[in-house]
Design a protein around this ligand. Structure first.
Ligand SMILES: O=C(O)CCC(=O)C(=O)O
Ligand SMILES: [Fe+2]
Length: 217
């Protein structure tokens, strides 16, 4: 069961027009990109400060995305997800022009046509995403998944599917984290709850119909 409607919490964010001179823009050259090889076939890339004007974009996305509180079955009980979600399987339905520009720049750079969005809102430090590999957005062995952070910095962990040490990234507002190669098959990622208070964080996950489709149809 999903419920859609006005934002159920007051996140204390100002209206977008107060930041009208802070127009979001992305670095089409990905000049700060730093790629980490996780193993021979998986990698994660951190692009600090990829988007400028992220506070403006955060407020715009929070105000316009149309958030859902989703529930899901966990074995034998229904659990309310500890975050809000806005999903745009067709990018053309996404309300914020800067996200269209960002998708175009990512498509050009990574050679994947990003034509959809999946947006999470972590209202505060109690919100989280558990360990997972992305599905159904990645049904191919090799997928490139860009995730843009807006707002609070939170820890983003990635560890081998079989278990083992986690790599920790702490993307700040405007940073991009990109998972590539066999990451969604062989690795798991999460954004854990934390005791240290944090304000609102939005993560924009760029999806592609191509990657969400199995190799053999
Ligand atoms: O919030 C993040 O940085 C990651 C979100 C995520 O992994 C997902 O929604 O699949
Ligand atoms: Fe994910």
């Amino acid at each position: 069961m999903n419920t859609r409607g006005p934002l159920p919490v007051d996140l204390g964010v100002a209206q977008p027009d107060l930041f009208a001179d802070d127009v979001p823009s992305v670095d089409e050259h990905f000049a700060t990109a730093h790629r980490i090889a996780l193993d021979a076939t998986s990698w994660v890339e951190h692009v600090p400060g990829w988007l400028t004007g992220s506070e403006h974009l955060l407020r715009e996305v929070i105000a316009t995305a149309g958030w859902e509180q989703r529930d899901r079955w966990m074995i034998n009980r229904v659990v309310t997800e500890p975050r809000l979600t806005a999903e745009f399987p067709d990018l053309r339905d996404a309300p914020v022009p800067a996200l269209h520009t960002a998708a175009a720049a990512l498509s050009e750079h990574y050679g994947v046509r990003y034509d959809g969005l999946w947006i999470n809102l972590y209202r505060d430090h109690h919100d989280s995403t558990g360990w997972h590999g992305d599905w159904p957005t990645c049904k191919r062995d090799i997928c490139t998944v860009p995730v843009l952070t807006l707002g609070a910095s939170r820890r983003f962990l990635i560890k081998p599917r079989q278990g083992g040490r986690s790599l920790v990234l702490t993307p700040a507002s405007g940073d991009l984290v990109v998972m590539g190669g066999r990451c969604q098959r062989d690795w798991r990622h999460c954004v854990p709850k934390q005791t240290v208070p944090a304000g609102a964080r939005v993560s924009v996950n760029f999806s592609s119909t191509f990657q969400a489709t199995r190799e053999n149809g």
